[in-house]
Design a protein around this ligand. Structure first.
Ligand SMILES: [Zn+2]
Length: 486
């Protein structure tokens, strides 16, 4: 048996643990009885430790070493690359530091929830201070070339650096002017459908119907309900998505469903020959988000989709909305303090602000105690609004309490990349007519062929270059906004 083959055989254990953890994770957000949380947490932690011990065992490290010498094609090299990355995290960061992070973030989550409830940053501040210290230490252990934040960005988006992020966000700055133009042009900021109630059972049926039209495979996929929508790729043949229902403003439920459909399609599209290997599954958070945003923004927020969906909205929700109404309603532009409620035009400003603050925290140019004020000033600068309190400002996201620093930029990577994918696709396909006729299989096939089937064989930057013949390009997004919101 060759080293790669032997390595993959050993990896099957890790794969099976990952499969179980994913299923348990999905269950804990959907159907698990509340009282089981503690027991589930212990079972998960034991499995994570088991996985880690297999990956860092001498036997496994040796197999990776030998496989690296033997790897003879792109897939084999990809397998070694992905495993090396996983090992880097486990072997370079001292166990005590990882344990300390686990402990601090467990407490920080609770403190954050309290702080948010009371709109009191002070409650959360000492925890965040400790988290920032831990993250800075981790960056030193992981290593970087130019900036400590590079080491953290790389955990979520392989190869993405401060230099790339600076280029991305400075390329998005012209959106400030576009936003001013859009707002002063009288582009709608509100719509009565935001307040129109719907029946949740019928809404669920509408979501299911739309998923059927998009090409959701019932045999391997399912839709459920959770507090926050998410996708869980349990295995190649089992991908679950969730959505939410608020009883009014049906756009939120529908667009979340379409968004998660995009994530699930990516997970399902991996080439079956990669099954159970470390390269089966999305390559990075940014590329993953490009798939969900492509379906949510480029497809579902288009005029063509509005005409496809208008008769369904009438049939299922009994709402008399024209395609024009729906297009307007799906594309309102309104600066808001809350990221998750932001529209396409203002969304990237929310990320830009978080990126600049995180970078400052990690390099030491901003202190945690200065965050609330720095947050509000940037919000005023970018969107012309100031949060009424810290709950709607600096405390709104859960990410920092989990120790996720370097994560936010992947949202903008995905949002921009989604537009580039759409433009490239339009060179090959007549999207408006396919979408308005509900013919999605050529679109799914295009994505599968160019992106999905490769899993993580190539690093994200290389995958993008191979698929699109270009790099991440913020100008494409700015141009798209200029044309769409005219
Ligand atoms: Zn997403």
């Amino acid at each position: 048996m060759g080293a790669v083959e032997e390595l993959l055989k050993e990896y099957e254990k890790v794969w099976a643990i990952g499969y179980s953890l994913a299923l348990m994770g999905w269950d804990s957000e959907t159907y698990m009885p509340e009282g089981s949380a503690r027991e589930r947490g212990e079972a998960s932690a034991a499995l994570v430790a088991l996985k880690q011990s297999i990956l860092t065992s001498e036997k496994f490290l040796d197999l990776v070493e030998r496989a690296e010498e033997e790897a003879s094609d792109d897939v084999e090299r990809g397998i070694v690359r992905v495993l090396r990355r996983a090992l880097k995290y486990y072997t370079r960061i001292p166990v005590e530091l990882l344990r300390e992070e686990e402990r601090v973030t467990n407490e920080a989550k609770i403190a954050w929830r309290k702080a948010k409830k009371r709109a009191d940053f002070g409650t959360f501040r000492p925890y965040l201070e400790r988290i920032v210290e831990i993250k800075r230490e981790e960056a030193e252990h992981l290593g970087y070339e130019n900036h400590p934040y590079d080491a953290l960005l790389d955990l979520y988006e392989e190869g993405f650096t401060v230099k790339d992020a600076d280029r991305l966000f400075s390329g998005l700055k012209p959106l400030t002017k576009e936003l001013e133009r859009i707002l002063s042009s009288g582009w709608p900021q509100e719509h009565p459908l935001e307040e129109t109630p719907y029946d949740a059972v019928r809404m669920r049926e509408l979501n299911e119907r739309i998923l059927d039209i998009l090409g959701f495979e019932r045999e391997y996929q399912r839709l459920d309900t959770s507090a926050h929508p998410f996708t869980e790729g349990i295995g190649l043949y089992d991908v679950r998505i969730t959505t939410w229902y608020h009883g009014k403003d049906f756009r939120r439920s529908l667009l979340a469903t379409v968004h998660e459909f995009g994530h699930s399609l990516y997970e399902r599209g991996c080439d079956p020959s990669l099954w159970k290997t470390p390269v089966c599954g999305g390559v990075s958070l940014g590329v993953h988000e490009s798939q969900s945003r492509f379906w949510e923004n480029y497809i579902a927020r288009s005029r063509a989709f509005s005409s496809l969906v208008a008769p369904l909205v009438r049939e299922y929700l009994n709402l008399d909305a024209s395609p024009d109404d729906i297009f307007t309603y799906f594309n309102l532009v309104r600066p808001s303090t809350i990221r998750v409620e932001a529209d396409e035009v203002t969304y990237n400003f929310h990320i830009m602000l978080r990126y600049e603050l995180e970078k400052g925290l990690i390099e030491g140019s901003i202190e945690v105690k200065e965050l609330p004020q720095a947050w509000n000033e940037k919000m005023e600068e970018y969107l012309g609004i100031t949060p009424p309190n810290d709950a709607e400002g600096v405390l709104q996201d859960i990410h920092w309490s989990l120790g996720a620093m370097g994560y936010f930029p992947t949202y903008s990577i995905g949002t921009v990349l989604a537009v580039q994918i759409g433009r490239k696709m339009e060179e090959d396909l007549d999207l408006p007519s396919l979408v308005s006729e509900g013919k999605f299989s050529p679109i799914r096939e295009w994505l599968r062929e160019k992106i999905h089937r490769w899993g993580s064989v190539y690093p994200p930057k290389e995958l993008v270059r191979r698929a699109l013949g270009e790099d991440l390009d913020p100008k494409a997004f700015v141009d798209y906004v200029k044309v769409k919101y005219r």
